[in-house]
Design a protein around this ligand. Structure first.
Ligand code: PGA
Length: 253
């Protein structure tokens, strides 16, 4: 990335992995990694580990993210957690609309919008995921799909909030498959997303960080992060290992 307005962000999505003790140990190891002065690092453990990981990260440069939230503040919503509860557990970020949630938990553009609004209203930074499936890519509708997903979120975001919004472009076919998008293809998608934001809000589009996700590893991170519109990475598998994640962090500068 070249735009000095945007700090690179490397986020580790631990998905449904690790006990509380394992999460604390991994968070401590990430906190000991050398992090460049211009790089932001975030980890997203399971809900049960958030409070313990928050404590373990106190005083470190590593931020805490949840993997999901519900948009209501409180009430009879069995099994759900609100933005205020995530803040209470120490979160600064929350991943919203990950493709696994869209695929397995019936998330839609409409619920992603509600969740994004709830996060921003509470002061959490939403990491809003968009991405096309393999069949959508093969059908040549990648930009249509990610454009629609992006628009749904942008519709509920004020221009002044854009500096606190993170978009993650994650081609579904690249997640957990070892198949990364070519850096030039990823750049095309990122530039498309930024242009689409720019068409809506003008130059404030340059404030939005757009992360790439999908089989990011230590050996492909540098090339992806060198693209002008790739402002960081959302890392799944490789974030479960402190050494591998540390190498990705260092690739960001
Ligand atoms: P992966 O996952 O790095 O294991 O492909 C990325 C993600 O789902 O955020």
């Amino acid at each position: 990335m070249t735009n000095s307005q945007r700090r690179p962000l490397i986020a580790g999505n631990w998905k449904m992995h690790k006990t509380i003790a394992e999460s604390v140990a991994l968070a401590r190891a990430v906190a000991e990694t050398r992090i460049g002065p211009r790089t932001d690092v975030v980890v997203a453990p399971v809900f049960t580990a958030l409070a313990a990981v928050s404590k373990a990260l106190e005083g470190s440069a590593v931020g805490l993210s949840a993997q999901n939230l519900y948009w209501e503040a409180q009430g009879a919503f069995t099994g759900e957690l609100s933005a205020a509860m995530l803040l209470d557990a120490g979160c600064k970020y929350v991943i919203i609309g990950h493709s696994e949630r869209r695929q397995f938990f019936a998330e839609t553009d409409a619920t992603v919008a509600k969740k994004s609004r709830a996060a921003l209203s509470s002061g959490l930074v939403p990491i809003i995921c968009v991405g096309e499936t393999l069949s959508e890519r093969e059908a040549g509708i990648t930009f249509e799909v990610i454009g629609r997903q992006l628009d749904a979120a942008l519709a509920v975001i004020e221009e002044r909030e854009l500096g606190s919004v993170v978009i993650a472009y994650e081609p579904v076919w690249a997640i957990g498959t070892g198949k990364t998008a070519k850096s030039s293809d990823a750049q095309l998608a990122h530039a498309y997303l930024r242009d689409r934001i720019r068409n809506r809000v003008g130059p404030a589009a340059d404030l939005v960080r757009i992360l790439y996700g999908g089989s990011v590893k230590a050996d492909n991170a540098a090339e992806l992060l060198a693209q002008p519109d790739i402002d960081g990475a959302l890392v799944g598998g490789a974030s479960l290992d402190a050494d591998a994640f540390g190498r990705i962090i260092r690739a960001a500068g």
